[in-house]
Write a protein that binds this ligand. Structure first.
Ligand SMILES: C[S@@+](CC[C@H](N)C(=O)[O-])C[C@H]1O[C@@H](n2cnc3c(N)ncnc32)[C@H](O)[C@@H]1O
Length: 285
């Protein structure tokens, strides 16, 4: 078959049994992977194309495919909670990130979003991450290194607080992503390093955080009107005529707020809003 890339040492491979249960394996010559349905020798996979079926010593067939980033993120070790693939994909779109662009993120947490950002800006781009907890920074470094098989040269991880601006003279950035409890505390810091037109995305878990970051950006005045959204992904059961939404889904991860940096000295025109019915009391009724 043309285009097949053989499996090699260090590849992150997902093996899936006939019930759809999967395991993640990092290939290493001479090693074995043990399941409760027998073991699989890595040597049975090395040098072979992905998409093959290998049989465990217990006789169970497994499909072997290189993990997609989505699979990897959900299986990798975590320190802090990760940004789910449904949200990181949306962050890449909301920020407008392109190959060659630079992006600042805080906190790096487990490095899940970092992997998406690095992949999106590519080998000519740059990702600067900030993480104040050294133990989480270690997890992020290990996860990112494992995914890219080496520490990407396009990535700088600062172990420190975003407020201390540890990136020094690095910047301005094309985009900034904040995933932390109190992004509203860092509006000034971000405004100082985001280029005009650049997008700030804040990922927050609760409506109170969402309100606070939105009002802080409005009060700061250097931003376009913030927009907010959440995404719900509902997977489907597909079997014969039984085609319906799955019974279970991830009900809530977080909200995404996006706003763009205005040019220095620009004051956004006051937003004219029609008051929503019922919000004005007797006088406005
Ligand atoms: C939910 S985690 C981030 C997860 C990450 N986005 C991922 O996908 O793996 C939030 C992280 O922000 C870090 N953090 C919170 N406030 C910070 C600050 N002011 N400066 C740097 N890191 C901060 C926390 O230590 C924590 O690791």
């Amino acid at each position: 078959m043309t285009g097949a890339r053989e499996l090699t040492e260090g590849d992150i491979v997902q093996i899936t049994d006939d019930r759809g249960r999967h395991h993640t394996v990092i290939l290493q010559a001479g090693a074995s992977f043990h399941t409760h349905r027998g073991s699989i020798s890595h040597d049975d996979l090395l040098g072979r194309p992905e998409g093959i079926v290998v049989t465990s010593s217990g006789g169970t067939p497994y499909v072997a495919l290189r993990s997609l980033l989505e699979d990897y993120v959900l299986s990798m070790p975590r320190g802090a909670a990760v940004i789910y693939p449904k949200d990181s994909g949306r962050i890449a779109t909301l920020t407008g990130l392109r190959p060659g662009w630079s992006v600042l993120e805080a906190g790096a947490g487990s490095g899940a979003l970092t992997c998406t950002l690095l992949q999106t800006v590519g080998p000519t781009g740059r990702v600067v991450s900030c993480e104040r907890r050294p133990d989480f920074a270690d997890t992020a470094r290990a996860n990112v290194t494992r995914w890219f098989t080496a520490l990407p040269e396009t990535w700088t991880l600062h172990v420190g607080d975003l407020a201390d601006r540890p990136w020094g003279d690095d910047g301005p950035f094309d985009a900034v992503v904040l995933d932390m409890l109190d992004p509203w505390e860092h509006v000034d810091t971000v405004a100082a390093v985001l280029r005009p037109g650049g997008v700030l995305v804040a990922y927050v878990a609760t409506t109170t955080q969402l309100s606070r970051i939105a009002e802080s950006l409005r009060a700061d005045g250097r931003w376009t009107e913030p927009r907010a959204e959440e995404s719900l992904v509902r997977t489907w059961h597909l079997e014969g005529l039984a085609v319906r939404p799955d019974h279970r889904m991830i009900g809530h991860t977080g909200f995404l707020l996006a706003a763009r940096r205005l040019a220095e000295g620009t004051v956004a025109p006051a937003r004219r809003r029609r008051p929503a019915r019922g919000t004005q009391g007797a006088a406005g009724a």
